[in-house]
Ligand binder design. Structure first.
Ligand code: URA
Length: 243
């Protein structure tokens, strides 16, 4: 149970003072009737209307975003636009956070969730959640690079875990490959290619653990995870489902 005023603040409707004023002025309906008591106790998921408009009152949300190039993966940044700007403000108010990071110029599947424990576990090195990327690089790829990735590429500060490299096309000037890694270190894919003498010119994440980017989402578009997707994600994190 939660107080009405606190519920509205949590959903990003306004500050405590603002929502209390709104409630007292009769601007809020709870479970179908106008409620002027900010201290009214409500269950999670209760039906709420603010100035006649129905609110989405779920506190737990999980989102799949097709990240466009040019946005930072961060909860907030003082100078540059972030992926959070693509979602309604309620998501930030609810503590919805990106699960890991994609570089500013990387596109594709980015998950965001209000469940901090889920985020933490999905990123834990011990969990080894697979991430699959499509990479465009600036030269040929051969069995030598496939073997190097499979063995574990040595970087300056650590040796990457064995990764799967599948060559989709290769030419002297440009190649396209699908790469699956079980880690998520800073610039990992770019650094792994650099270690074998290739520059990544485009990087797109196709899958994260059990989830694949929905092909219906254009860059910048997002949707909530289905119940089945959320279940699969919690299973990958070895947690009880919370949705
Ligand atoms: N590896 C990278 O180099 N960049 C990303 O954005 C993700 C993985």
């Amino acid at each position: 149970m939660m107080r009405l005023d606190r519920y509205l603040v949590t959903l990003g409707v306004g500050t405590r003072t603002e929502v209390q004023k709104l409630i007292r002025a009769g601007g809020v309906e709870a479970e179908g009737t106008v409620c002027r008591d900010p201290g009214q106790q409500l269950r999670e998921g209760a039906s709420l209307r603010v100035r006649g408009e129905a609110l989405d009152t779920r506190l737990m949300r999980h989102v799949m975003l097709n990240k466009p190039a040019g946005l930072l993966t961060a909860a907030r940044d003082r100078k540059q636009p972030t992926v959070m700007g693509l979602l309604p403000p309620a998501y930030a108010a609810l503590g919805c956070m990106p699960v890991g990071r994609l570089d500013k110029d990387t596109t594709g599947l980015l998950l965001l969730s209000c469940d901090g424990e889920l985020n933490h576990r999905l990123l834990s090195p011990a969990r080894h959640v697979d991430k699959t990327y499509c990479a465009v690089v600036d030269g040929p790829l051969t069995g030598a690079e496939v073997a190097a990735f499979a063995t574990g590429v040595a970087l300056s500060d650590f040796t990457a875990l064995p990764a799967r490299l599948e060559i989709l096309s290769s030419s002297a000037v440009e190649s396209v490959a699908r790469v699956t890694v079980r880690e998520g270190k800073f610039h990992q894919i770019k650094r792994m290619f650099e270690a074998v003498g290739r520059q990544v010119t485009a990087l797109h994440r196709e899958a994260f653990g059990p989830l694949t980017l929905d092909a219906a989402l254009a860059p910048g578009q997002w949707r909530e995870l289905t119940a089945e997707e959320a279940r699969a994600l919690y299973e990958a994190a070895q947690m009880e489902v919370h949705q």
